[in-house]
Every structure is written in C-alpha cells, then in structure tokens.
Design a protein around this ligand. Structure first.
Ligand code: SF4
Ligand code: SF4
Length: 104
C-alpha cells in the first residue's frame, strides 16, 4: 500500500498528519506533506479524506487489480466522490453519501 502526495496541490495544512493512525505523515522543510515511511502505510485512506485540496492519491496495487490505477477523493460536508484514474488516463467516479456510509 502506498500513497503519493502532489506537492503542487499541498498547502501544508497538516490535516493528513493529524488523522494518520500510524503517524506516518509529516511536513518537510518546505512545509509540504510527505510520508515518513511509505512501506508502513496500510491504506486506510484517512489522509485522502482529510485532504481538502485533492493532494493525496492512493495506489491500487497489482494484488487489488490496480495495474497503475490510483484512487483519490473529493469531499464535501455530505459526500465523498471517489475517483479511480487508470494508467491510460481513464477515470470512474463513485459518489458516497457520508450521512449513510456507515450503515453498511
Ligand atoms: S491534508 Fe493535503 S494539503 Fe494538507 S498537508 Fe496534507 S497533503 Fe497537504
Ligand atoms: S492511507 Fe492511512 S495509513 Fe496510509 S498514510 Fe494515509 S492515513 Fe496513514
């Protein structure tokens, strides 16, 4: 499991750092988020959901049929819009209602 952080989108707000259950994220000397230990990430996606700037993407590994696909999320107060981006650039978005997401 691993994430990537787009430095051009990262504002250095630190929200991802505060929610990572493994304390794996930190701000670097330039005030941008970075993973201190990518190999220890277990893909909980908490940091993706916490980032309001769409700066974090999650790699779906070959074991999950990912083949270069990344997962990102744009959140509002009521929805998470999860977008899968394939290696060829194709995308698919699934919108989840946050108010009912924990009912399943
Ligand atoms: S939550 Fe997003 S914008 Fe904020 S520090 Fe983390 S990656 Fe950067
Ligand atoms: S996906 Fe979860 S474990 Fe991995 S860096 Fe983000 S918050 Fe931490």
């Amino acid at each position: 499991m691993s994430i990537s952080i787009d430095r051009n989108r990262c504002t250095g707000c630190g929200a991802c750092n505060r929610v990572c259950p493994g304390n794996l994220l930190a701000l670097d000397a330039e005030g941008r988020a970075k993973s201190r230990s990518p190999r220890d990430c277990w893909g909980c996606t908490a940091c993706l959901k916490a980032c309001r700037f769409g700066a974090i993407a999650y790699f779906l590994g070959a074991d999950m049929g990912g083949r270069g696909t990344t997962l990102s999320v744009a959140s509002t107060e009521t929805e998470h819009a999860w977008t899968f981006t394939r290696a060829d650039g194709g995308t698919r978005t699934i919108v989840i209602d946050r108010r009912t997401a924990n009912n399943y």
